[in-house]
Design a protein around this ligand. Structure first.
Ligand SMILES: Cc1ncc(COP(=O)(O)O)c(C=O)c1O
Length: 381
């Protein structure tokens, strides 16, 4: 996720990619230099190896590296045949990529409300929104917790729909013991730098067990090409490059360790903030949460955010305005009040730093600052 703030007085940041880089620099730099010297920069052996490694980590048959998480979504939707006139049911409480690719393909996003505890799309609302024009369901596994993929797959199968999981924030997550993508026809990953596994630039991946989808995505990422200069489809420039693949391969080796760090930080917050009048993240018992974000909820969100900033703690709001109310999506005709859970969440959520490079002292500083704020509020009331 992107953080716009750049204030050197901050003691705790939402991400610390410099420290992460220094930690793995020795295992990374020799291979980066080899690739530079090799002259093979796009879709080479490291991309292929990364695809195999991510497929293994996700227990999937295929993984196809592409140029971003946004392109992964676009290619996955194209691969299952989403086309002008179709409807795709999705959540309004997500990063804009999820929706913009639907519109770019000439289809219509149909927004449905979220579960106010997990912030993931509510399967019952999905089922009520199905029409004869619905082609696909596009849930997001938000903040690192799987969406209700098993229930959604049952609905998708009952109605003959495609289920594509936007797992941009959820690499390593599990749902009923299964990795991301297991219940979907395809899942998409983002390796945006601040994701749990991030490139030094843009990168993404589509994972699937479906041979046809894999074939189509592979072709679409290189202009719809099938063999040298023969084109089966109108495609895209959506390739992954070797330097990013080298970086991602090195980071993939740390996925479990870094995920455990995030989960440990979440446990510390839960202990330190146990008595605070805040909604802490709700994790369903069948989910293994990878804490891309540790997101708390309070009606005093903006004041808490300001207070934390004064204490040198960065925090972030994902997302301040749900997509159905954004100016760019006015043409869809939604109004305030249409999706109340998403609208309220947008006013109340606040993500605290939880990344793998934090120290326990930093977590304690964040938690104590939150507690100070809460105590002040009580004193004022
Ligand atoms: C939920 C979600 N979907 C899609 C994307 C798009 O990924 P990218 O920035 O790699 O295009 C992101 C990340 O930014 C995201 O958080």
């Amino acid at each position: 996720m992107r953080s716009k703030e750049d204030d050197s007085t901050l003691q705790v940041r939402m991400a610390d990619l410099g420290s992460q880089y220094r930690r793995i620099r020795a295992e990374l730099e020799p291979t980066l230099l080899e690739v530079l010297a090799s002259g093979r920069y796009i879709l080479g052996e490291h991309v292929q190896a990364l695809e195999t490694e991510v497929a293994q980590a996700c227990n999937a048959r295929y993984a196809i590296g592409v140029s971003s998480g946004t392109d992964a979504l676009k290619l996955a939707l194209r691969a299952v045949g989403v086309q002008p006139g179709d409807e795709v049911i999705t959540t309004p409480f997500t990063f804009v990529s999820t929706t913009e690719v639907i519109v770019q393909l000439g289809a219509t996003p149909v927004f449905v409300d979220i579960d106010p505890e997990t912030y993931n799309i509510d399967p019952q609302c999905v089922e009520s929104a199905i029409t004869p024009r619905t082609r696909a369901i596009l849930p997001v596994s938000l903040y690192g917790q799987s969406a209700e993929m098993r229930a959604l797959r049952t609905i998708a199968d009952r109605h003959g729909l495609w289920l594509i999981e936007d797992a941009a924030q959820a690499i390593g997550a599990r749902h009923y013991e299964e990795p991301i993508g297991a219940f979907a026809h395809a899942a998409t990953l983002s390796f945006f730098p601040t994701k749990n596994i991030g490139a030094a630039g843009d990168a993404g991946m589509v994972i699937t067990n479906d041979e046809q989808i894999a074939y189509k995505v592979r072709s679409l990422r290189v202009h719809g090409m099938n063999g040298g200069y023969y084109y089966e489809d109108i495609g895209y420039t959506a390739r992954l490059d070797e330097l990013q693949a080298v970086i991602l391969r090195a980071k993939m080796r740390h996925l479990s360790e870094w995920t455990e760090r995030r989960r440990y930080h979440a446990t510390l917050y839960r202990t330190l903030l146990a008595d605070a009048p805040l909604q802490l993240p709700v994790v369903r018992p069948y989910n293994y949460h990878v804490y891309h974000q540790f997101t708390v909820r309070t009606p005093q969100r903006d004041a808490l955010r300001d207070y934390l900033r004064q204490r040198g703690v960065e925090s972030a709001v994902y997302y301040p305005l749900p997509l159905h109310l954004q100016p760019a999506y006015q043409f869809l005709g939604y109004c305030a009040g249409d999706l109340p859970h998403a609208e309220r969440a947008a006013q109340e959520v606040l993500s605290l730093p939880v990344h793998s490079e934090l120290t326990e002292d930093q977590i304690a500083l964040v938690a104590h600052s939150v507690l100070e704020f809460v105590q002040q509020e009580v004193a004022v009331v």
